[in-house]
Design a protein around this ligand. Structure first.
Ligand code: THU
Length: 160
């Protein structure tokens, strides 16, 4: 028997410690929560990303009475970015969320598994890692690539 250990480096920042570009991205993700359509969960999620050429795209979760028909903020944003700017890799993705009382979460918002898988596909598609910023009022996690969110991931290479 042998044991494998996976190490995931996460840097934790206060908002004021981030560079201007990252603060702008966090602001856009926070702002995007205002455009969430979440009458069922009352959990408003916003995502904002910067493409390699500097273009910003943001989006929010969009729910549906038939719940599986809705979509998370991250996938709404990534799918729009990938379809509108198909030649541009994602440089950094920021996520923020507010609870049913309208307060931003204190702890960094963890993206769901399906969104992590879509982030991975985006990395593979462009052959480039994306930085991820998970916003919380008590701290912002910076993760250098999707492998930090989805270790032992499945992608097309496993099928060869
Ligand atoms: N949600 C997101 O938008 N992103 C996540 O990573 C987690 C969950 C949304 C989906 C649904 O509209 C609401 O939050 C409650 O699950």
């Amino acid at each position: 028997m042998k044991e494998l250990t996976i190490r995931i480096p996460i840097r934790v920042f206060d908002y004021e410690e981030l560079g201007a570009d990252d603060r702008r991205l966090i602001d856009a993700a926070r702002e995007a929560t205002r455009r969430s359509y979440s009458p069922y969960s009352r959990f408003a999620v916003g995502a904002a990303l910067r493409l390699l050429d500097g273009t910003f795209v943001s989006g929010s979760n969009q729910e549906n009475a038939a719940s599986p028909s809705g979509l998370c903020a991250e996938r709404t944003t990534l799918f729009y970015a990938n379809s509108r700017y198909p030649d541009q890799p994602v440089d950094t993705l920021a996520i923020a969320a507010r609870n049913e009382r309208g307060e931003f979460l204190a702890a960094p918002i963890p993206p769901c598994g399906a969104c992590r898988q879509v982030m991975l596909e985006t990395e593979k598609r462009y052959g480039r890692e994306m930085r991820i910023l998970l916003y919380g009022t008590q701290g912002i996690y910076e993760i250098q690539g999707v492998s930090g969110l989805l270790p032992l991931s499945f992608d097309a290479s496993a099928m060869k």
